[in-house]
Design a protein around this ligand. Structure first.
Ligand code: PEP
Length: 249
């Protein structure tokens, strides 16, 4: 049985003051034993704040990107070891905004996933198709190719320490959500593809849905057989919405 995970992606939002208020409200509303795993992925400058405020609580924290390099002269980059050092359990890799605005290729995303997992941080590997690709019936090929790049560099032990997130690009920040059936179809395809490599790992892998998940659609999405939680953007910045999604999981 896979335990659900609800992870917030704060993107480039927040201040010390607003983060503290948001986390206080989330912790207060969560109760002691939430029925699912919970995490927030914060901008790098605020990860130490997350560690300070969340250590010992039911909320884990994570980064939003990791360097493909291990250490050294890579100005501006954050390594997997650094993320681990500030207590990150997770890091997003291959978010569509990084693929689109920073030219991240499937191969680079796979190398980042490898760096994270070898540093002891669980990569949340994001895959998803654009609207044009969906309309051209290419969804399976696109997300399959994105996953295959990761499968090509991770060994079986690494694979048992990743989370996948299906995030249709056309649904991110747009208010458009995949229907539960549309999302389930892609999640099932991803799990089958994982199963070709290792059926046991495939059965255990948490696959999140992301793309305008909100309190009013979270329950139906997460009721689907292969949807194991959510990666939440906009709604993760409002404690009441984030908590409602967590309670729907
Ligand atoms: C995201 O950025 O990962 C995301 C899912 O955003 P939103 O929930 O705002 O669509």
């Amino acid at each position: 049985m896979r335990r659900k995970l609800v992870a917030g992606n704060w993107k480039m939002n927040g201040t010390l003051a607003t983060n503290a208020a948001l986390l206080k409200e989330i912790l207060h509303g969560l109760g002691t034993l939430p029925a699912c795993d919970v995490a927030v992925c914060a901008p790098a400058p605020y990860l130490a704040q997350c560690q300070q405020l969340l250590d010992g609580t039911a909320v884990a924290w994570g980064g939003q990107d990791v360097s493909v390099h291990e250490a050294g002269a890579f100005t501006g980059e954050v390594s997997g070891a650094m993320l681990r050092d500030v207590g990150c359990r997770y890091v997003l890799v291959g978010h569509s905004e990084r693929r689109a605005y920073h030219g991240e290729t499937d191969a680079l995303v796979a190398q980042k996933a490898l760096r994270a997992v070898r540093a002891g941080v669980v990569p949340v590997v994001c895959v998803g198709e654009t609207l044009a690709q969906r309309e051209a019936q290419q969804t399976g090929a696109i997300v399959g190719g994105q996953l295959d790049a990761v499968l090509a560099v991770l060994d079986d032990a690494d694979l048992s320490n990743i989370v996948l997130a299906y995030e249709p690009v056309w649904a991110i920040g747009t208010g458009k959500t995949a229907t539960p059936e549309m999302a389930q179809e892609v999640h099932a395809t991803l799990r089958q593809r994982l199963a070709r490599r290792n059926p046991e790992t495939a059965a255990q892998t948490v696959i999140l849905y992301g793309g305008s998940m909100k309190p009013d659609n979270a329950r139906q999405l997460m009721a689907m057989a292969d949807i194991d939680g959510g990666l939440i953007g906009g709604a993760a910045l409002k404690a009441a919405d984030f908590l409602a999604i967590i309670h729907a999981a």
